[in-house]
Design a protein. Structure first.
Length: 366
């Protein structure tokens, strides 16, 4: 049932080219320039007129929401807020008419997310679910939405569900932006074409497997890790850190690369690995100067970089190389080496990576 892989987590990491492909199939047609999503189309009017969109989720799904915040604001010009379900549900949140809520959940059974949307629904909000498990409680409580079609995810650490969430949320943003007219036809067409190439690029990223396994042996004894990124890559840094914590029990923190100067930089010394998500995008130059700051303080710079980026290579002790794509789509590819790094560090430490201690696959109690 593990398909020849040693663990479900590794199997699910390697399934991603296929799961992203499945998620796009029947929906995105780059030649025709169309995105077909019936459960979104139905609420297109409300989305276009929305005063704001609120993403509600927990854990890895919350990270997908953060990436979606950057994408929706950029493409759709709609104000987006991203909320931890557990905080949102208890603080008597302001919900106005015309607010659209997007609930993101792999299992569709996370108690906090479920109650949060039920509360918002009672106050008149429209709820769209981005859910993996068909027929789950969150799917049923939503007015509309779109399934991620990633197939069953057995490993407690979410991997393929995350990239499928990103694929669905990106398609939603593209669809809404196109109907609204907030994206140029040219950029829309280009992003659709680039999107179709994502499964293949994830497959290329997976070729770093053996190299990352070696990196894991090299860094497995670190006590702490710092993960840094900016823009679309900031949530990827958070996700990389969460994966490492869950699977290897190494303390890790994700931070926006520029914010590190406001505190965490005090942690940097010759023992601290600092993982930069530093692929080529509008922020790249800024990230490079953040790398220089870490290197100057003797931190061990490890970076996820775009093929051919010699500047970042020179600044790094080790690199994980990724094929180039549009910055909006990069998180789906950039997270893959970080999943592998966490996996192999966990394995190198002899831990039960599919069932980390203290964790449940879905958190059905608050
Ligand atoms: O099923 P959900 O997406 O609602 O679950 C949310 C979190 O519990 C989940 O993402 C958790 O953080 C994972 N263990 C992360 O790998």
């Amino acid at each position: 049932e593990k398909g020849g892989y040693e663990h479900f987590m590794l199997k699910e990491i390697f399934e991603q080219p296929q799961t992203i492909y499945d998620c796009l199939r029947g929906r995105l047609d780059a030649n025709a320039g169309t995105i077909t999503m019936a459960g979104i189309q139905q609420y297109a009017d409300q989305l276009i007129k929305a005063n704001r969109i609120v993403m509600i989720a927990c854990g890895t799904s919350w990270h997908a929401g953060l990436v979606a915040e950057y994408i929706f604001e950029e493409l759709c010009r709609i104000n987006v807020e991203v909320e931890y379900a557990s905080e949102f549900r208890y603080r008597n949140p302001v919900i106005n008419e015309g607010d659209v809520i997007i609930a993101i959940s792999q299992s569709g059974e996370t108690a906090d997310t479920l109650v949060a949307i039920e509360t918002a629904k009672a106050k008149g909000a429209i709820i769209l679910g981005v859910v993996n498990v068909v027929g789950s409680s969150i799917a049923r409580a939503s007015h509309g939405g779109a399934y991620t079609h990633a197939g069953p995810e057995i490993g407690v650490a979410s991997t393929k569900a995350f990239t499928a969430q990103l694929a669905v949320l990106t398609m939603m943003a593209l669809k809404i932006a196109h109907i609204k007219g907030s994206i140029s036809e040219e950029r829309y067409r280009l992003l659709l074409k680039e999107m179709e190439e994502v499964p293949e690029k994830v497959a290329i990223a997976l070729k770093q497997n053996d190299h990352i396994k070696q990196l894991a042996d090299k860094y497995k004894d670190a006590r702490d890790f710092l993960y840094l990124g900016r823009g679309y890559n900031f949530p990827v840094a958070l996700e990389g850190a969460l994966k490492l914590k869950e699977i290897s029990y190494i303390h890790a923190e994700g931070y926006p690369a520029a914010e590190m100067k406001h505190g965490p930089i005090a942690l940097v010394d010759e023992n601290l690995p600092v993982v930069f998500v530093a692929t080529k995008d509008a922020y790249h130059e800024k990230v490079v100067s953040n790398m220089q700051e870490i290197k100057a303080r003797k931190g061990k710079v490890i970076s996820v970089i775009t093929e051919g980026d010699t500047t970042s290579t020179e600044l790094s002790l080790d690199t994980m190389v990724i094929p180039e794509t549009d910055e909006i789509l990069a998180p789906m590819i950039n997270v893959v080496p970080l999943q592998l790094l966490a996996y192999y560090i966990g394995v190198a430490k002899g831990l039960d990576v599919d069932k980390p201690r203290n964790l449940a696959k879905s958190v059905t109690v608050e």
